[in-house]
Design a protein around this ligand. Structure first.
Ligand SMILES: [Zn+2]
Length: 316
């Protein structure tokens, strides 16, 4: 069970050790059954070394190259006659894409993301929600009940369009990372929407960290058992911070919230924040930069409730 990035790092070390062990064992077995082959392989290595030395000494290498060629042919003949596959000399990986390093060209390999998904789930237990909270279970008639009209649309039509947009955001998050602020009072379904998006991202093999703002801030305290969630919030593909505004707001919490919002925006990573605060309250409660990021860099979506009525000039 992964509890930290160090656990994943260790797992890759084990995998690579096992790769090496398998390779050594297979080679040893083949050599023990075919001592001639071992001699040939050693002769070939020696021949390469001789050519290298001759090159450095500026000596003729034609004869040596011919020798090497003969050795290779002799070996090939032997392999064929004894029905031995040449790949015993190749290291076999569990994941060919990243050669069991976890990274391809500096980017996380899909096998690493799988481990990361497991790690984040051990930390935030997000998977327990996705059985119920997913777009397949979203019943748009829920949005009918309020009887709210937004402009010339019923609230259901208004939400239907939003839901399509939300799905697109998640589907395209690789190419186009998104930052979404879901604003709405308790009971308007903002957490449900955030979880639906998280469930979809998870289905698309993205690592998702879902945390409540209080849980997040508590993890930064020195007496917290385990690693601060900040570390994972920086690294996950999709970070969901639930219930912003329910924490006790201080300069310290302000700075921490500002840090993670800024960091994710700068790193071009997707983030969803849900809040029951209306923008006026956000402006009042949070430092200037957090407020302006949430207002300008985040896509603001209002979910029905008194807030929506006030903000969007809607009629009932
Ligand atoms: Zn891999």
């Amino acid at each position: 069970m992964f509890r930290s990035y160090d656990d994943i790092k260790r797992e890759y070390e084990y995998i690579r050790q096992a790769d090496q062990l398998r390779y050594d064992e297979k080679k040893e077995l083949i050599y023990s059954q075919n001592p001639e082959l071992k001699k040939m392989d050693l002769a070939i290595i020696k021949s390469y070394l001789n050519i290298g030395t001759a090159r450095i000494d500026k000596q003729p290498i034609d004869k040596l190259e011919k020798e090497l060629d003969d050795l290779k042919k002799e070996r090939e003949k032997y392999l064929k006659e004894h029905n031995i596959n040449d790949d015993y000399k190749e290291l076999k990986y569990v994941c060919d894409k990243c050669k069991d390093t976890g990274y391809v060209n500096g980017h996380k390999c899909s096998c690493f993301v799988q481990k990361e998904i497991e790690l984040f789930d051990n930390i935030s237990h997000f998977s327990k929600y996705i059985k119920d909270d997913n777009f397949e279970n979203l019943d748009l008639s829920f949005y009918n009940q309020s009887g709210i009209v937004v402009g010339d649309k019923t609230y259901k039509e208004y939400m239907k369009e939003y839901v399509e947009e939300f799905k697109e955001m998640v589907a395209n998050m690789d190419k186009k990372p998104f930052s979404l602020l879901l604003i709405g009072a308790t009971g308007t379904g903002k957490t449900f929407i955030a979880r639906c998006m998280g469930a979809m991202a998870l289905k698309n093999n993205k690592s998702v960290l879902y945390v409540n703002v209080n849980e997040y801030l508590n993890s930064l305290k020195p007496d917290y058992e385990g690693e601060p969630l900040k570390y994972y919030a920086v690294n996950c593909d999709l970070f969901i911070l639930d219930d912003l505004g329910t924490e006790r707001i201080t300069d310290y919490t302000n700075t921490e919230i500002n840090y993670i919002i800024d960091k994710r925006l700068n790193d071009k990573k997707s983030t969803i924040i849900t809040t029951n605060l209306v923008p006026d309250q956000i402006a009042e409660e949070y430092l200037g930069s957090t407020h302006s990021r949430l207002e300008n860099a985040f896509y603001n979506c209002y979910l029905a409730g008194d807030d929506l009525r006030r903000l969007k000039n809607v009629s009932i």
